[in-house]
Design a protein around this ligand. Structure first.
Ligand SMILES: Nc1nc2c(ncn2[C@@H]2O[C@H](COP(=O)(O)OP(=O)(O)OP(=O)(O)O)[C@@H](O)[C@H]2O)c(=O)[nH]1
Ligand SMILES: [Mg+2]
Length: 260
């Protein structure tokens, strides 16, 4: 089969560049290979190892994707591994705050192909924040070794998210992953991930809270994170409640991120 980005090339160890074209964030459960992929792209050597919780803060690096005579500079952000973004642990707070308040063009959700079901919990939480996502199905060498077969076409149809099987430790398909990411960022591929449905009683409660929020803070009328914020209020999320109270939600910044 002819590879889609036959003429793609990742240029790492970037020294000279004028500006960053796009920012990509790596998000996923602990120990799924985020830092391994980050090191592959950037030529850096942040800590990797076979135990969870190695990355505890946000780390930035840079690389280029060359397609024939075009070059794109990417900033890539390695985030701490988390099982959820409900902000209980310091790692969750770093990742959650970045997704909610940070600037980025796309989130690469890294999934462990040997442990897909568990990984999807976080994926659904990310879908609530942004549509600009792609799945990197990592550790497919391990999955193969364990006899796990994944039908990629069925998988991406089911969750409505483009999915690229990769091996972060060898760089297999890492160029294709960025090529597809670029197509999503540039709007050539539209992504609208499957969202989970809440029970009608809960939807009613959410709508009531939403109304109250809008009465106090009408600027949020067309804010795409409004439902996400409302759910956080329902949970008693201190940061979100405080930001609402002070009316300091970064409306413009995140609006850009959400429209696909
Ligand atoms: N066989 C195989 N091993 C991999 C692959 N990707 C990563 N690994 C290994 O998986 C382990 C975890 O990788 P990390 O990159 O540290 O994972 P992480 O997601 O950054 O982990 P945290 O920072 O703890 O969340 C390391 O031992 C890697 O060498 C892969 O595609 N195949
Ligand atoms: Mg890491």
């Amino acid at each position: 089969m002819k590879k889609e980005c036959e003429n793609c090339q990742i240029l790492r160890n970037l020294k000279n560049y004028n500006k960053v074209d796009y920012t990509i964030a790596l998000v996923g459960n602990p120990n799924v290979g985020k830092s391994t992929l980050f090191n592959y792209y950037t030529g850096m050597s942040v800590r990797v190892g076979n135990w969870p919780g190695k990355t505890v803060s946000k780390i930035e690096g840079f690389f280029q994707l060359k397609i024939q005579d075009k070059k794109y500079v990417f900033k890539i952000i390695d985030l701490p591994g988390v099982y959820s973004i409900f902000s209980f642990t310091p790692e969750e707070e770093v990742t959650r705050n970045f997704l909610f308040l940070g600037s980025y063009d796309l989130v690469i959700i890294i999934l462990d192909a040997t442990n897909l079901e568990k990984n999807m919990i976080l994926a659904f939480q990310i879908f609530e924040i942004t549509n600009k996502v792609i799945f990197a199905l990592n550790l497919i060498d391990e999955a193969k070794r364990k006899g796990i077969k994944i039908d990629i076409d069925k998988f991406q149809d089911r969750f409505k998210v483009p999915t690229i099987p990769i091996i972060a430790s060898t760089g297999y398909n890492a160029d294709l992953l960025i090529y597809k990411s670029l197509e999503i960022i540039q709007g050539k591929i539209k992504v609208d991930p499957l969202k989970y449905k809440l029970p009608p009683e809960l939807e009613n409660i959410i709508n009531e809270i939403k109304k109250e929020i809008l009465e106090y803070y009408p600027e949020l009328e067309n804010y795409p994170h409004l439902k996400w914020i409302t759910l956080r209020v329902l949970e008693g999320d201190k940061l979100v409640i405080e930001m609402l109270r002070k009316k300091v939600i970064p409306i413009n910044k995140t609006t850009k991120l959400l429209t696909t």
